[in-house]
Design a protein around this ligand. Sequence first.
Ligand SMILES: C[S@@+](CC[C@H](N)C(=O)[O-])C[C@H]1O[C@@H](n2cnc3c(N)ncnc32)[C@H](O)[C@@H]1O
Length: 333
Amino acid sequence: MKAVRVQRLKAEDVRRFAERIGAKDRSRLVVCKGEYVEIPILDGFERFFEGYDIVEQENPLFARKNDLFEILKDEIPRDLWDLIPRRYKIIGDVVMIKIPEELEEYKKKVGEAILRIHKRCKSVWRDLGREGMIRKPKVELIAGSGSETIHRENGCLFKLDVTKVMFSVGNQGERMRIVNVVQDGEVVLDMFAGIGYFTIPIAVHTNARRIYSIEINPESYFYLIENIRLNRVNNVIPILGDSMNVTPEGFAERVVMGHIFCHEFLPVAVKSLRSDGYIHYHESVPEVVIDRPIERIRSVCESLGREVRIENFRKVKNYSPGVLHVVVDAYIY
Ligand SMILES: C[S@@+](CC[C@H](N)C(=O)[O-])C[C@H]1O[C@@H](n2cnc3c(N)ncnc32)[C@H](O)[C@@H]1O
């Protein structure tokens, strides 16, 4: 059983190349050995790796039989193998997966395979994106049944219906980071509360005095109320409305702006601060204009006669090719 032996630094490029030309033996795992990595290849492909060592693997590690690819490769033609999804998200007992167009006719098989792997899950939904400012999910049922679930994350419960509201598993790190910056006794404003993505962890894990949580979509608001009840927190004040119009002025010490298209709300956020305070501003930004979120904050503060100190600028996750979801922590005074 052959493998290409490459230095760690080059491993990812070579792995991708092997995948692209159909040379990678996906029944075996990539193995790290000190400074080197062994990428398993199928017999007959050795000549494509001129300049690299081809080794005979002594103790190959095999992919587990419950690997999605392993189940599907017998059901899907070989020329489509590269398109078999490698990742999917589990929200409570519901699975969300992106499936390329080319696998349209195999989507049911994909869903059923996932349910075979994750026996505790009840349904698999194809993730087709999100629409508009309320980020309504576009989804399609491909296996099983049921869309309402309770997701557990870092000691918090999030009840939601995946056909009505989104849940971004990739924002988990940011949800916990915010918990660590909130100070005892603070009044927090969550301007785009959703089902309580930030509100609930702050309420559960910090000693914030009050959390004002504004949400415009009645379907998300319904689950926000459910989650306040489920998590037994009593310092959240939920508000159904448009934060552009209903946000009071001069009361908050910290503002969470957890919507990636919310720059027009920056003046409202700044005005909501009692005196000095923090704004955690999210934006989806192309890498070529990476400073745009900071420039927008500075410009709004300048127009309102406020000073600003940028304390942190970090990537939350990749949003799309060349576009990042970032968050800026700005101290306004
Ligand atoms: C889906 S969340 C963003 C995701 C979240 N940051 C996370 O961690 O997963 C954004 C929420 O803002 C709400 N929203 C959009 N425009 C709003 C507005 N003008 N006022 C209040 N809420 C709004 C949407 O309905 C949605 O529930």
